[in-house]
Ligand binder design. Structure first.
Ligand code: MRU
Length: 343
């Protein structure tokens, strides 16, 4: 199932807010519609929003190109700034936009139509490289798991969160293909249930054994059943290994540390921000109260209840056993200076 598909000037976005009950696509011909889809998590997951952002720049270029060459690049930059602000935490979003602006800059003396073609080729290249990279992450990560492994994952760092295959779920897919997976435990991931709605959906479709738990069951799972690894994705990794990922990740890292369970972060280099020395500078998105006060549209808290709803948290590098990238496995102490292409 494709998360994003480009066809004849339209970006088709799998609407992940409707999963697993309904498989439907939003058709975006306007970059503003992509921004809106990113904001409301119709498309989500760091690599996928990086790719969506790259295609959003193509849509903006198509629109401004139709309106004539005057001020084309300046208008494109204004739209690019709007796109990169759609969500603050995943650095892939900014990275996808920057790659596109670099392409537009190189072609600045060309006609808009030629720039559009170059941008389209770049967006397709970003998507293809993401999928390739995930397979490499899968291979490197699967090698770290024992046979008969029980692993816990959080949120959805799968095919749905990328251009295909997934990061954390890419490792699980590769390990399953190698006959190593006994059971995957998926945390439901309150408040928006990406674990329950998306990870269980993805793994079940692929015939990979999965058991759903609520987030509060993770400690007892480790104590009672034992685990071979916790594997999560990332939205931004600082140079010292501090990692922003879906809220609840930090709690899992602390629990894994206490129980002696290896805690792995799986991510492509497009998620690494070497300009961020530590996690303290990573902007953490805070979302609306309704996501917490309501469940499936129904209120579950008294009206007026005060809410704090950070969408991500920070796991210190010291709690991370290894960071698994497309280029290989990185072990602590982390000092990540490599850059993804185009940054
Ligand atoms: O709010 P979301 O659903 O976009 O959060 C997604 C995550 O936190 C993922 O773990 C992360 O983006 C990595 S996806 C390969």
């Amino acid at each position: 199932m494709e998360t994003l598909r480009w066809e004849n000037g339209t970006l088709y976005i799998l609407d992940q807010t409707a999963l697993p009950l309904q498989v439907s696509y939003l058709a975006a011909k306007d970059y503003r519609k992509v921004v809106e889809a990113i904001r409301r998590l119709a498309v989500r997951g760091a690599p996928a929003i990086g790719v969506a952002a790259a295609y959003a720049v193509v849509l903006a270029a198509l629109e401004f190109g139709r309106e004539g060459a005057g001020g084309f690049l300046a208008r494109l930059e204004t739209a690019a700034n709007e796109i990169r602000k759609a969500r603050p935490t995943a650095v892939n979003l900014d990275w996808g936009v920057r790659r596109q602006l670099a392409v537009a800059g190189e072609k600045r003396s060309c006609a808009p139509q030629e720039i559009v073609e170059a941008l389209l080729a770049e967006a397709a290249a970003i998507a293809a490289a993401d999928q390739e990279g995930n397979k490499a992450i899968g291979m490197h990560g699967a090698a770290l798991l024992p046979r008969g492994a029980s692993v816990l994952t959080h949120c959805n760092a799968g095919s749905l969160a990328t251009s295909g295959y997934g990061t954390a779920l890419g490792i699980i897919r590769s390990a399953h293909a190698a006959g190593k997976i006994k059971m995957v435990y998926a945390g439901e991931t309150r408040p928006l249930l990406q674990g329950a709605r998306l990870t269980c959906f993805e793994l079940r479709r692929d015939g990979i054994p999965v058991t759903l738990i609520t987030d509060s069951m993770a400690g007892y799972l480790m104590a009672r059943k034992g685990l071979d690894a916790v594997i999560v994705g990332a939205d931004r990794i600082a140079a010292n290994g501090d990692t922003a990922n879906k809220i609840g990740t930090y709690s899992l890292a602390v629990l894994a540390n206490y129980h002696g369970v290896p805690f792995y972060v799986a991510a492509p280099f497009s998620t690494v921000d070497p300009d961020m020395p530590g996690g303290a500078g990573i902007p953490i998105e805070e979302r609306g109260a309704e996501e917490v006060t309501h469940f499936a549209g129904e209120p579950v808290a008294a009206a007026g209840t005060v809410v704090w709803n950070p969408s991500f948290d920070l796991t210190p590098g010291q709690l991370i056993t290894a960071i698994i990238t497309e280029k290989g496995v990185i072990y602590p102490p982390y000092h990540i200076t490599d850059r993804a292409d185009g940054r």
